[in-house]
Design a protein around this ligand. Sequence first.
Ligand SMILES: Nc1ncnc2c1ncn2[C@@H]1O[C@H](COP(=O)(O)OP(=O)(O)OP(=O)(O)O)[C@@H](O)[C@H]1O
Ligand SMILES: CC(=O)N[C@H]1[C@@H]2OC[C@@H](O2)[C@@H](O)[C@@H]1O[C@H](C)C(=O)O
Length: 380
Amino acid sequence: MTTPTTDATRYYIGLMSGTSLDGIDAALVALEPTSAPRLIATHAEPITDSLQQTLLTLCHAHQVSFADLAFAEDAFCRQQAQAVKKLLAQQGISATQINAIGSHGQTIEHAPSGHAGGPAYTLQLDNPSLLAELTGCTVVADFRRRDLAAGGQAAPLAPAFHQVIFKQENTQQLVLNLGGIANLTWLPKDTTHPIIGFDTGPANVLLDAWHAKHQGGRYDNGGAWAASGQVDQPLLERLLREPFFHQPPPRSTGRELFHLPWLESHLNGDEQPCDVQATLAELTAISIAQGSAQLPLADQPVTLIPCGGGAHNPYVMKRIADHLPHATLASPSHFGWPEDWIEAGAFAWLAHQRLHQLPGNVASVTGAKGPRVLGGVYAP
Ligand SMILES: Nc1ncnc2c1ncn2[C@@H]1O[C@H](COP(=O)(O)OP(=O)(O)OP(=O)(O)O)[C@@H](O)[C@H]1O
Ligand SMILES: CC(=O)N[C@H]1[C@@H]2OC[C@@H](O2)[C@@H](O)[C@@H]1O[C@H](C)C(=O)O
C-alpha cells in the first residue's frame, strides 16, 4: 500500500458499511488513466453499539418516525465524516486532493421485486449533502437506484470492480464475498460468456445474530463455536427449502428475508445452540455451492477468491472448500487488494465512473436493461 503515486494520480475514497453493521470502511484509492486501481490506505471506523442498535431497529421496523430516521442518518453521516477525516490525517492528504468520495450509505431495506405487489425499491440511509459539507469533498451517492430504475436488482454492484482488479486472461475466476450476505462473481475465461454475479444467501448476518443471542459479542471468532457443534441435517433441509435459494440469477437479498425470526421459525426448539451455529455455517457453504452450480462451466477448474469478513472464518472457509472441490483458493491480497477492502474500494471506483460518465453496473449481473451511469454528485 506504499507504491508511489504520480502527478496523474487521482485519489478517491470509498465508504462502505454493509449488512453486518460492523463498521464504516474507508478506502483511499489511487486511480490512474493507465493502471489498475490501487489501494493506498484504509481506515475502519467502528459503528458504536448504540448506533448499531439504532440501525438494526430501523432495518427490522414496521413503522419508523421521520425523527428517528433523521437521527440515525445524522449519526451515521457524522461517523462517515470521522472515517474520512482520520483517513486523510493518517496520510497527510487534504480534502482538496480527493476527487470524490463514493458513499454507499447503509442499506435499511432492499426489495428489488417490490413488496406486496408494490414498486421495487432499495433504501440506503445516507446524507451526501451533509457529508460534502462536513468533509469539503465532492460526494457521489445513491448508486443503486438507477440500476433498479432500469429494471435491475440494484445489487450486487461489486462485480464490475471485481473484473477490473482480479481479471486474468485464460482463467476462470469466482470471487466470493462473505459479508452479512454472500455473493458470487463469475469472471469467465473468455469473452464469449458475460460476467454473472448474484447473492447466494445469508452468511454472517445469521451467524452473527445467533452467536450474539447465545454467546454475546459481535461474532463467532474463527468459527470456533460452530466447529464445536454438529450439523442438524433435518434443520438444514428445512432452511434450504427457502425459495430464494432456488431462484435463477439475477437475484439479490438482505436482512429483510434472512433474519433471526426467519431462522427461529424453522427451529423445533430442542436444538443445541452450537448445532444451530454449525448448521448455519453449512447453510452458507451449501448455498454458495448451489449458486456456483448455476453457473456455466461450473464443474471446470476455477480460481476462488474469497473476500469480506467471512474470509477470516477458517471453519466456514473449510466447509466452502469441501463443497467446491474443483476450486483452487487465491487470496485477493495477491492482486493488491486485501479481503476487507474490496467493497469500499468498489465504491471509490464507482465514484470515479460517475464523474467520468461511465457505467457502474453490469447489466448481465443485475438484469438491468443496459449499462447505466450510477449515482448523483454532491459538490463540496
Ligand atoms: N476472525 C473472524 N472470525 C469469524 N468471523 C469474522 C472474523 N472477522 C470478521 N468476521 C465476520 O465478518 C463480518 C464482517 O464482514 P464484512 O465487513 O465483509 O461484512 P459487510 O461488508 O457488512 O457485509 P456485506 O458484504 O453483506 O455488505 C463480521 O460481522 C463477522 O461475522
Ligand atoms: C442491497 C445491498 O446493500 N446489498 C449488498 C449486501 O451485501 C452483500 C450483498 O448484499 C450485495 O448484494 C450488496 O453489497 C455489495 C457491496 C454489492 O453491491 O456488490
